[in-house]
Design a protein around this ligand. Structure first.
Ligand SMILES: CC(C)(COP(=O)(O)OP(=O)(O)OC[C@H]1O[C@@H](n2cnc3c(N)ncnc32)[C@H](O)[C@@H]1OP(=O)(O)O)[C@@H](O)C(=O)NCCC(=O)NCCS
Length: 443
């Protein structure tokens, strides 16, 4: 299953630089906070000067909890290309802040100290209070000042999460052209962990998606500094990378009628939609799992749960996660599934995932054949520009399979989980549509 997806920033200003924050001040058109829930008790967060806030205060900004009433300025805290009005913004804020943890996303509004004007948001989410994702966003309408706001927010939130909230690791996604944020990350001791090439579409250009990692200094002293993922820019190509395992059906259309319900047809297998029957088979195989290096041992998954989970992905149009059953052409037997997860229709990126629960069919090239059908679907049917994949460190077979299929090593995330009482890491991989097309023969 895919690693918990990292959130991308959709609209960082192009070529932003650290500049004086006194430039480009957006006029305040609305009161900073209105009523909390439409009733007779208006709630207004205390202005900075009166609140006596002691921490998360920078030179020009301070961070405070998002409150009902902040729906008045959705462009400041909502990092999304899909506009919403203030009513909808209020609804979302209440839903979000009332949601219980863990796994909850917490947004901290960044306000200017001089006038309490909200200008951006610092966000974090963590499933386990061991590690987590953070992001910083400033309203792009602030122009060059937005870069300085983001840099200042990063310097407040990451050290707080690591040094005070005691997280082991914090990850932050940064666009390759966001020099202000890259400098700010370096200034607080973060290092670049991964580089997904051309994975952002920003202001009419492709930019790399970099992830910076901050490690807790106490844990670093105990465990030692882990091996670097990528030190700067993107990794050079790996000689282990090949382009193999594609069925001949990728190069020329197979003769004869397609198997029933087939969406993509290979030489030995085809892909079709996942059915309740597949869920029953998959749940039985889960109880018979004999390998322990791709996950922490056997999983007792309910067939009903698997079926509902797969069915849920069919509800959205356009889909956010496309899943397929992998089926043997000769016998019609279901052997596994694969999918395209976390599809971003603006950036044209997604994460690929594969799972062959029937152990008899692992290591025989079936997963790679199915993957090339999935790649053809991703690039040619869905029009994606690039795909990525995440693999747990001990799962060397899946890493070998990805390199064989043409994926490139894109770095690693440290201290993501445990295996035999040791901390493990996750590997990151990417593959561009153009590279796949070129190797597959200019289809
Ligand atoms: C990952 C998976 C989908 C790959 O499909 P597959 O059909 O097994 O892959 P392939 O047979 O095409 O390729 C596997 C490659 O790994 C190599 N390999 C096998 N065991 C290995 C090991 N322990 N370490 C390193 N490489 C190994 C094989 O030699 C083969 O390479 P080759 O064809 O060049 O010889 C399948 O093995 C699987 O479902 N595994 C369990 C679930 C899983 O790991 N999912 C991915 C989570 S990220």
């Amino acid at each position: 299953m895919p690693r918990h997806a990292l959130t991308g920033r959709a609209d960082a200003p192009k070529d932003s630089l650290i500049m004086s924050v006194t430039t480009t001040i957006k006029p305040q058109t609305t009161s900073p906070a209105a009523t909390s829930d439409g009733d007779s008790k208006p709630f207004r967060p205390a202005p900075f000067a009166e609140a006596n806030q002691q921490f998360l205060v920078g030179e020009t900004l301070y961070l405070r909890a998002l409150e009902p009433g902040d729906g008045q300025h959705p462009t400041v805290w909502r990092d999304s290309p899909y506009p919403i009005n203030t009513d909808k913004a209020e609804e979302l804020i209440k839903k979000e802040i009332e949601k219980p943890g863990p796994g909850k996303t917490v947004r901290l509004l960044a306000c200017r100290r001089v006038d309490d004007q909200p200008v951006g948001v610092a966000t974090y989410s963590t499933w386990n209070w061991l590690n987590g994702d953070a992001s910083v966003y400033a309203d792009p309408a602030y122009g060059d000042a937005a870069g300085a706001y983001r840099a200042e927010m990063l310097g407040l939130i990451v050290p707080w999460l690591l040094d005070e909230r005691d997280l082991m690791v914090v990850w932050v996604n940064v666009a390759g052209n966001d020099r202000a944020l890259i400098e700010a990350a370096g200034a607080i001791g973060m290092h670049q962990a991964t580089c997904l090439r051309e994975a952002y579409w920003l202001n009419g250009r492709r930019e790399d998606w970099l992830t910076f990692e901050g490690l807790n200094r106490g844990w670093e002293a105990k465990l030692g500094r882990p091996e670097a993922g990528i030190t700067v820019g993107c990794a050079p190509d790996d000689p282990r990378r090949r382009f193999e395992g594609a069925p001949s059906a990728i190069f020329r259309h197979p003769a004869g009628d397609p198997p029933k319900d087939a969406l993509m047809v290979g030489d030995r297998i085809f892909l079709r939609a996942y059915t309740p029957d597949d869920a029953r088979r998959e749940s039985t195989w889960g109880r018979q799992e004999s390998e322990t290096f791709f996950d922490n041992g056997r999983g007792l998954h309910s067939a009903h749960g698997l079926e509902r989970w797969n069915r849920k992905h069919m509800d959205d149009d356009p889909a956010g996660w496309v899943r397929f059953a992998i089926v043997l052409k000769e016998t019609g037997e279901f052997i596994g599934s694969n999918g395209i997860a976390d599809i971003d229709w603006v950036h044209k990126t997604a994460e690929t995932e594969s799972f062959i629960p029937n152990t008899a069919y692992r290591g025989g090239g079936y997963g790679s054949e199915a993957k090339h059908l999935l790649l053809a679907y991703s690039f040619e049917r869905l029009g994606l520009h690039t795909v990525r994949s995440y693999v747990w460190g001990p799962n060397t077979r899946s890493q070998a399979a990805l390199r064989k299929q043409g994926y490139r090593d894109a770095g690693r995330f440290h201290w993501t989980g445990l295996k035999n009482a040791e901390w493990t890491h996750d590997m990151s991989f990417d593959l561009l549509a153009d590279e796949w097309r070129e190797r597959i023969g200019g289809r």
